[in-house]
Design a protein around this ligand. Sequence first.
Ligand code: APR
Ligand code: PHB
Length: 393
Amino acid sequence: MKTQVAIIGAGPSGLLLGQLLHLQGIDTVILEAKTPDYVLHRIRAGVLEQGMVDLLREAKVGARMDREGHVHDGFTLAFNGRRERIDLKSLTNGKTVTVYGQTEVTRDLMQARSEARALSIYETTDVQLHDFYRDQPRVTFVKDGETVELECDYIAGCDGFHGVSRQSVPADALKTFERDYPFGWIGVLSETPPVAPELIYANHPRGFALCSMRSDVLSRYYVQCSLEDKVEQWSDERFWTELKSRIPEDVAAKLITGPSIEKSIAPLRSFVTEPMKFGRLFLVGDAAHIVPPTGAKGLNLAASDVYTLYHSLRKTYHEGRNDLLEKYSQICLRRIWKAERFSWWMTSLLHKFSDDPFNQRIQSAELEYYTGSLAGRTTIAENYVGLPYEPIE
Ligand code: APR
Ligand code: PHB
């Protein structure tokens, strides 16, 4: 079997890269370990930066997002018993974010791939990457009990944090940078109307809370929890009571609760791999980096990696440019580190780290300072809507 670009992983990174390359007549094969159903039922992020919205439109998968997604002009920070709205639109010359679930993005991309009759092979096992430091890389995998070999020009490792791509690189060829946080988030999805039209991020003495949404009838809420906590210890009732105690009273009074249709606990982590290119292997999205979810940057960073790899490959194939792929790591990492910084900072600003009253006063002063200054609100807004993509020229 032969293709131009072998893509490992059918999450948003792999599917979006595949779709953009397909529109340029560049052949791809996607290998995915799970079933399509499994991939579609992972509940993940839901806030898209303008750059990602534009890229989805360029990939011709933006129609449903444009119909059903909700454009948000701002969000609210709640702390010390008060609320400050960050007016994204006015602070960034008209930029906004769009609330549209990763699940929906994935569904639209899967549909486009099947309409394009491009090959995705699900439920593959024992995926192995070979010869990516040579001119003719190969990927082998097992499907229905048979070993298959896929020859290619390039391999895109879009297989997430636990994938095989990063693990295939010799240990001395990469460096990783990591920070774990001493808490997690428990998230609940419920078929209830959102408590407010925009997102509310709350800093509270009991810990962080977030009110988010997927649509007019589907809400997503989170509260900071202990890393030792198990989902079974969090009945719906305990979750709603805790959420209400951490958000402003008048908001809590309006909260409509209902049975959770999904509930999960996630640890918070910052992680970056350098470089992201190893010969003809390119790491994309969660395979190369993780951010804590405060600030909603994970999916958006995957999209900016895809943008960079897609344009570099397009110009390599169609214009004979052989310099661009060499710059993939540097271009991606410049933007990634800035998003890592913002996600780390939002996490530090909004969570309860300890009972130390000095830390709490500093956090409080930081919130007062940033929200009370035009420069402070602007820096929050321009990072939240997403820093610009570097043109690939
Ligand atoms: N072989 C084939 N596929 C694999 C392998 C493997 N060895 N290991 C993992 N995969 C698949 C996973 O099953 C998954 O479907 O790779 C896919 C990776 O998808 P994601 O984890 O969603 O990562 P990515 O596509 O980079 O998406 C960006 O950023 O912050 C997050 O929520 C955000 O999940 C989103 C991610
Ligand atoms: C979500 O809706 O899942 C969400 C929104 C904003 C975040 C993180 C998660 O910062």
